[in-house]
Design a protein. Structure first.
Length: 381
């Protein structure tokens, strides 16, 4: 059977939101789908999820200036292929759909040459949140939990409520005068709970705290043996971790002079001072002290980890029924890698998915996971 048949491998489709309904793009019009989500390192911010899709435009349907009634993307005489168009990428296997990406059209480039093509760039909700400003308040207000603060920022942006939000974070934060971008306010909340904020595969604004890492599923086992229920990899990049040591943390609790510093001296003796400064207006001194303690300890000792795994998504089902696990893998989920080296050593790495990228064509599906080592260190902030 051919690739992407929905039976032996997932059927991948692109859908546009047209007149209140998700409408599937003709699959043969898809030349290439690229997408990336998440981050490249555990201490980075989660970046705007980005998808770039190239369409065969010999039909002329994907030209936003085409207002012909014959085009499936023209409604009431106007093309829907304009900024803000909602798009999602869906992979279906065994009749079950899995959503890989949800975004909004930001840019369109039309190639009118010998091989007409249209390239559309989509961004996820982080890009829209980043554009919004939390207005200045006359006096500091809204002493609240991290989750409540993020929810208020989403209200300012106009982000939908209900199932479109999954916000967890009970650490209380100081009252604020705001007067900064909504994303900056969200980053403060993320730092206050030592967590992360991202837009999920199916467009849910997601805030998770430090403790979240202990409840995430382990989705896939990668090996080089071809064993049943494992995934084979093409490239495996490891990193000794010495460039990412942090052994001193300074927590800025207020905008004035209240700082809390924690230094892990054994690591300083071995590697020198490696400092991070974090803007986290937590409500109590003990919160700040514990946050500083955590941030100065969690990466104080370098651990070799797998920095990136490259594999072919079309081979995930070769040695077992692994497509549901692969297609439901989310940022923050866990995976394992077992590597038998040429000199006979067996190394196992237990990892967290920090970011993911796909490159999909009509005959191939390359996948790139960026990962970090599972860090068992925790503390109650």
């Amino acid at each position: 059977m051919p690739p992407f048949d929905g039976i032996t491998t997932p059927a991948v489709t692109v859908q546009f939101f047209k007149s209140g309904t998700w409408t599937t793009v003709t699959t043969t019009d898809l030349i290439k789908i690229n997408l990336r989500r998440g981050r490249t390192q555990q201490n980075d911010r989660d970046q705007t999820g980005l998808s770039v899709i190239i369409f065969n435009n010999t039909s002329g349907y994907y030209d936003p200036d085409n207002t012909s009634a014959s085009s499936p993307w023209v409604v009431s005489g106007a093309s829907i292929l304009r900024d803000g168009l909602q798009m999602r990428i869906v992979a279906t296997i065994g009749g079950t759909p899995y959503y890989l990406y949800y975004g909004f059209l930001e840019e369109t480039k039309v190639d009118q040459g010998e091989a007409p093509a249209v390239t559309m760039t989509f961004v996820d909700g982080i890009a829209y949140i980043a554009d919004a400003q939390a207005p200045a308040l006359a006096a500091a207000a809204n002493a609240e939990s991290a989750a409540t603060r993020v929810g208020r920022m989403l209200d300012i942006v106009g982000w939908p409520g209900g199932a479109s939000r999954s916000l967890t974070g009970t650490v209380n934060m100081l009252a604020t005068v705001q007067n900064r971008s909504c994303m900056s306010m969200i980053f403060q909340a993320v730092d206050a709970i030592a967590g992360r904020f991202y837009i999920s595969r199916n467009n849910v604004a997601t805030l998770v705290p430090l403790a979240d890492k202990f409840s995430r599923p382990t989705q896939l086992l990668f090996t080089d043996t071809g064993a049943s229920n494992t995934v084979g990899y093409m490239q495996l990049y490891t990193n000794p971790g010495t460039y990412f040591v942090v052994n001193q943390a300074v927590i800025n609790r207020t905008n004035t002079t209240k700082q809390y510093t924690s230094t892990y001296n054994p690591s300083v003796s071995a590697y020198g001072i490696a400092k991070t400064v974090i803007d986290a207006p937590v409500a109590t001194d003990s919160n700040a002290q514990n946050l500083a303690l955590y941030e100065s300890r969690k990466n104080a000792t370098p651990d070799t980890y797998v920095e990136r795994i490259d594999f072919n998504g079309l081979t995930v089902g070769t040695y077992g029924a692994l497509y549901p696990d692969f297609l439901s893998t989310e940022l923050g989920d866990q995976i394992s890698v077992v590597r038998t080296t040429y000199d006979g050593r067996t190394n196992q790495y237990n990892l967290v998915v920090e970011g993911m990228a796909f490159e999909i064509t009509q005959n191939n599906w390359m996948v790139y996971y960026t990962t970090s080592a599972i860090n068992p260190y925790s503390i109650t902030i």
